[in-house]
Ligand binder design. Sequence first.
Ligand code: AMP
Length: 187
Amino acid sequence: MRIVLLGAPGSGKGTQAKLLIEKLGIPHISTGDLLRSAIANETELGLKAKEVMDRGDLVSDEIVLGMLKDRVQEEDANKGFILDGFPRNLTQANMLEELLVELNMTLDYAVLIEVDVEEVVERISKRAEVEGRSDDTEEVVRNRLCVYEEQTAPVAGFYKEQGVLTQILGTGSIEDVQQRILSVLRF
Ligand code: AMP
């Protein structure tokens, strides 16, 4: 099964994806995590990406696609994957579509987790205390939310047109949201 998880920063995509791994037996592929590990390893790509990420802007489509292309071809992704944080704009949505055609794969679900802005800001400020991410400061979060509205939100429409979009209410407990997601997946 191949799933794209969509939702604003702080909507719970990462948390839900980690729980889904156990239920579905497929890996969670987060482009944010791939980028953060490139930064931690001080690769050339990581050095390029860090400044952009610290501002809350999007890293170039080519860099992210390159990383994703390698990752989805690893053996553990043979039976499927849960994409978190990609596609982030319509260009990436088209790139993903081409990549899947090239690899003879199809996308089964795009799951949009919907939460309101106030809840997102509150969740991210809690996460900042726990994880200490350099892009979780209030100013950067605000920019990330603008980037989401302008560039990422239209991706939901792209998948709606393709008939694979499911909208899930992202409020309530982690377990509630997980149940809502599981109830729409056929496996
Ligand atoms: P995330 O962990 O998904 O919230 O991503 C953290 C940051 O990594 C984002 O604010 C972007 O700077 C960068 N990033 C993650 N995924 C992408 C992507 N698909 N395209 C461009 N930039 C990305």
